[in-house]
Design a protein around this ligand. Structure first.
Ligand code: UDP
Length: 257
């Protein structure tokens, strides 16, 4: 739900937390899970999801009704500076989720993975078991199943009742799915994590550290995969910045008049 940390970019919700605050929220969600309470929903807002939400009212409401929405990527960071509402930390899923897994390892929280291609998921599981040796990874399911299998998958997850469920089937499908099942899902907290398993498995490489620090990971993704990322980088980012600047111009002239 909305809280005092919530800001909006082109009308779409982002919760402006520092890493430590966001982790504390996640821990609270898990520790306060009651059997009759629906699973908590955590999403990441980036330039792409903002465009999707502006075109799709159902997705807009899905984000609006989440329990936590974290700022993901340099586009949001830049928009924060343009609007003079600086984003405290870029909490993109690829950096944030390993910290959550480390916390899960420390507190003994159980984890379930849903999404990605079967072979990518297998490699992701191997890597996680290797890198987080004490983590209780209690199940996984790839994301290429028929819609008719959804009920069976939900049952499979509910049987093991994970504290943390990571759903990686792409936006807006993953967020809408979490929202539609959260009342019947026996998980403490569900994260919509997009391409996370592709990165954790090594299928896609991260940008070098200096590029990530400079907010240039998008350049690396574009160079590695220009056909797939063309629309997001060449069209969506400039359009987002343009609309944000118009928004700022309109609001400052509105406030001056
Ligand atoms: N995916 C899936 N099932 C599908 C379509 C996609 O599990 O039917 C997975 C895909 O393999 C990839 C992830 O969803 O691992 C989507 O990654 P992307 O970076 O495109 O996520 P987005 O940024 O769109 O949320």
């Amino acid at each position: 739900m909305l809280n005092s940390k919530t800001v909006h970019f082109l009308g779409v919700r982002v919760d402006n937390y520092r890493l430590r605050e966001a982790l504390a929220r996640v821990k609270f969600f898990i520790d306060s899970k009651q059997p009759e309470r629906s699973s908590r929903k955590v999403y990441f807002t980036n330039v792409h999801t903002i465009h999707l939400a502006r075109r799709d009212p159902q997705f807009f409401c899905t984000i609006h009704n989440a329990d936590l929405v974290l700022p993901d990527g340099s586009g949001i960071d830049l928009a924060g500076r343009i609007l003079k509402r600086p984003v405290k930390e870029n909490l993109n899923g690829t950096d944030f989720m390993p910290v959550v897994l480390r916390m899960a390892e420390r507190y003994g929280y159980t984890v379930y993975l849903l999404g990605a291609r079967p072979e990518v998921l297998e490699r992701c599981v191997e890597r996680i078991q290797n890198d987080f040796s004490d983590l209780k990874l209690i199940g996984y399911q790839h994301g290429y199943y028929h819609q008719q299998e959804e009920g069976r998958i939900l049952e499979k997850i509910n049987r093991v009742r994970p504290d943390i469920l990571l759903v990686a089937t792409g936006s807006p499908r993953q967020e809408k799915w979490i929202a539609s099942v959260s009342d019947h899902l026996e998980a403490g907290v569900c994260f919509a994590v997009g391409g996370l398993f592709d990165f954790l498995s090594g299928e896609f490489s991260r940008a070098p550290y200096w590029m990530r620090k400079a907010g240039l990971e998008w350049v690396h993704r574009f160079v590695k995969n220009p056909r797939e990322k063309w629309n997001r980088i060449v069209i969506e980012i400039p359009l987002f910045i343009w609309l944000t600047m118009m928004n700022r111009l309109f609001h400052s002239s509105f406030h001056q008049s």
